[in-house]
Write a protein that binds this ligand. Structure first.
Ligand code: ATP
Ligand code: MG
Length: 231
C-alpha cells in the first residue's frame, strides 16, 4: 500500500531548540496514525511542518505522491490536508454556523448544518461561538476542518479538556469518517483513547522519533516507558 503522507528526514530548529530532528515517517491511507510523546517533544511542530504553518529547515514532505515541503498552508489545505489546532481558533463573535461558512471556498450552509447535526450541535448553529462550552467549541472546530472535505485530517489534542460524553461523540465521528475513507494523524495525551483509536503509533522525544509500532507493542517498549516516566 502506498503511503498517503511521507516525511523524509524532516528537521526544524527554533533558535537553540531542535524541535524536530530528522523525522521520517509514513501515514497509511484509511487509518489513524498516532504521534505521542512528552510535552515539548515536537508533536505540534511536526503538525505545523506538515500543514505548512512552519517551513522545514531540511527534509522532504510528500502528500499523495506530490511534494508539499515548501508550499504555503492554503495550498496544502487545498490539496486535501485539514488541520485542527491544539487551541481552539473559532471566532467568538460569530455563530457556530458562521464559523463554518467562513472556511475558504465553502459557502455551503446545507453542508454546514448537516455536519453540525452529525455532531449533535445543529440546535446551537445560531449561538455565538464564545457562548459554547469548551467541548462544544472543539466539536465545532472539528466540523469546520471537515467542511473542506480533507483526505488527511491532522488532529492536535482534540480530546484535551473535553468531557467523556463529548469524547465519545468525537470518537464516534472519527470512526464514521474512517468508514468513509478518511485518514487521520492524531496526537493526544489521553492514552486510553490513543491506544484504542490508533492503528499505528510513532513516539517522539526531544524532537526525535524513538519508536514506531502497534499500540500494543508501544505500550511495552522500554524506551517509551523511559521517555514518559524516566525523569
Ligand atoms: N514557533 C516557535 N518558536 C520557538 N520555539 C518553538 C516554536 N514552536 C515550538 N517551539 C519549541 O519547540 C519544542 C517543541 O514544541 P511543540 O509545541 O512541538 O511540542 P509538543 O510535543 O506539541 O508539546 P505539548 O505536548 O506540550 O503540546 C518546544 O521546546 C517549544 O518551545
Ligand atoms: Mg503540542
Amino acid at each position: 500500500m502506498a503511503a498517503l503522507l511521507q516525511l523524509e528526514g524532516v528537521s526544524k530548529r527554533f533558535g537553540g531548540v531542535q524541535a524536530v530532528n530528522q523525522v521520517s515517517l509514513e501515514v497509511q491511507p484509511g487509518r489513524v496514525t498516532g504521534v505521542i510523546g512528552p510535552n515539548g517533544s515536537g508533536k505540534t511542530s511536526l503538525f505545523n511542518l506538515i500543514s505548512g504553518v512552519v517551513r522545514a529547515d531540511s527534509g522532504r514532505i510528500v502528500f499523495a505522491g506530490r511534494e508539499i515541503t515548501h508550499l504555503p498552508p492554503y495550498r496544502i489545505n487545498a490539496l486535501g490536508i485539514g488541520r485542527m489546532f491544539q487551541l481552539t481558533r473559532l471566532f467568538g463573535q460569530m455563530t457556530a454556523l458562521e464559523n463554518l461558512l467562513a472556511v475558504r471556498g465553502s459557502g455551503d450552509a446545507r453542508r454546514a448544518m448537516e455536519l453540525l447535526a452529525f455532531v449533535g450541535l445543529d440546535g446551537l448553529a445560531h449561538e455565538y461561538a464564545a457562548n459554547l462550552s469548551y467541548g462544544q467549541q472543539k466539536l465545532v472546530e472539528f466540523v469546520r476542518v471537515m467542511m473542506a472535505d480533507p483526505q488527511l485530517v491532522l488532529l492536535d489534542e482534540p480530546f484535551a479538556g473535553v468531557n467523556p460524553k463529548m469524547e465519545e461523540r468525537l470518537i464516534a465521528y472519527i470512526r464514521e469518517l474512517l468508514q468513509q475513507g478518511k485518514t487521520f494523524l492524531l496526537t493526544d495525551h489521553e492514552m486510553p483513547i490513543i491506544m484504542s483509536l490508533c492503528h499505528e503509533l510513532f513516539v517522539m522525544d526531544s524532537g526525535e522519533l524513538i519508536a514506531h509500532g502497534s499500540p500494543a507493542a508501544i505500550r511495552e517498549n522500554p524506551r517509551v516507558i523511559e521517555a514518559y516516566f524516566g525523569r
